[in-house]
Design a protein around this ligand. Structure first.
Ligand code: ADP
Ligand code: MG
Length: 284
């Protein structure tokens, strides 16, 4: 099964990807996580260091694919999750989407692409140009991470449009939304009422998740010495279990920008100030 995780920049895609990869590995799956953000920090909490990127490796070998070995680009992370970072073009030059294509090409050359039960693409934020939509060409399911705010839902709606488009040419489904860093979900619910799709999970803002990133460890790794974190792991295990049940998902139809603006802003203007507090802090 191939998964592609999308969402606004900084919303928590990589955090969710790493913990979801481990959750899937815990369920017996052989998992490869491919970071497709030029930031190349997708797999950091799995490996605890910034692994060399595919594009740096290819450059060092003058793009001689035959000189690249799996161990040059595929690194073993926590819980046996395998990790790849696609990397990016030099800042301000080139196309990052091209890098994703090269990554898949190289993994196919290395006979690695079809070796895994799960390949999870953790993709650059809300820029869904042709190149960054490339993982959707391989994916069975798209997952969209959002909070309960306008900007992330606006980005989500644009990703929905890409899924709708790509689903015309192959069997791609939107598995659903994952709410992150919010206790509130009223705007999320309002959005899915008008643009129907499942909400797989809503995670609050959890200080230990922020700390896990700083420590370069996933929440699952931290939970090994702090059983109180098992409840946090359950959020990710729940998402993994839903995906492993091969959900039907949806081929969504995005809202027009104007519709979305009026839907969310009307709703926002009609709610009270206390209801507007979006990022409730949950200390565990
Ligand atoms: P993205 O990959 O979408 O750019 P990241 O996964 O890197 O975002 O997350 C951005 C920041 O938010 C990180 O510092 C991460 O630790 C933090 N974060 C993500 N999810 C949560 C959460 N549920 N609670 C607290 N902090 C979170
Ligand atoms: Mg990221």
């Amino acid at each position: 099964m191939k998964l592609a995780v999308y969402g606004k920049g900084g919303i928590g895609k990589s955090t969710i990807s790493c913990n979801l990869s481990i959750a899937l590995a815990r369920r017996g799956q052989k998992v490869l996580q491919i970071g497709c953000d030029p930031k190349h920090d997708s797999t950091f909490t799995l490996t605890s260091f910034l692994i060399p990127t595919i594009i740096d490796t290819l450059q060092a070998k003058d793009y001689h694919y035959e000189d690249v070995w799996p161990e040059d680009v595929i690194y073993r992370g926590h819980a046996g999750v395998h990790c790849v970072e696609a990397g990016g073009p030099p800042a301000g030059a080139g196309c990052g989407g091209y890098v994703v294509g090269e990554t898949v090409k190289l993994l196919k050359e290395l006979n690695a692409f079809y070796e895994y039960d799960i390949i999870l693409f953790d993709v650059l934020g809300d820029v869904v140009c042709g190149g960054f939509a490339a993982p959707l060409n391989y994916a069975d399911y798209c997952l969209i991470v959002t909070d309960n705010g306008f900007d992330a839902l606006f980005a989500a709606n644009r990703i929905v449009a890409s899924v709708r488009e790509k689903a015309r040419s192959h069997r791609l489904r939107l598995a659903g939304l994952i709410g992150n860093r919010t206790l509130q979900r009223d705007l999320i619910d309002k959005y899915v009422e008008h643009c129907p799709m499942p909400v797989l999970e809503v995670l609050p803002l959890i200080e230990d998740i922020r700390i896990s990133r700083v420590k370069g460890q996933t929440i699952f790794e931290l939970a090994e010495s702090n059983s109180e974190l098992n409840d946090v792991c359950d959020f990710y295990l729940n998402i993994a279990d839903q995906l492993l049940s091969n959900p039907e998902g949806v081929v969504p139809t995005e809202l027009l920008d104007g519709e979305l603006f009026s839907l969310l802003s009307d709703f926002y203007l009609n709610t009270t100030t206390t209801e507007k507090v979006q990022d409730d802090f949950l200390m565990i």
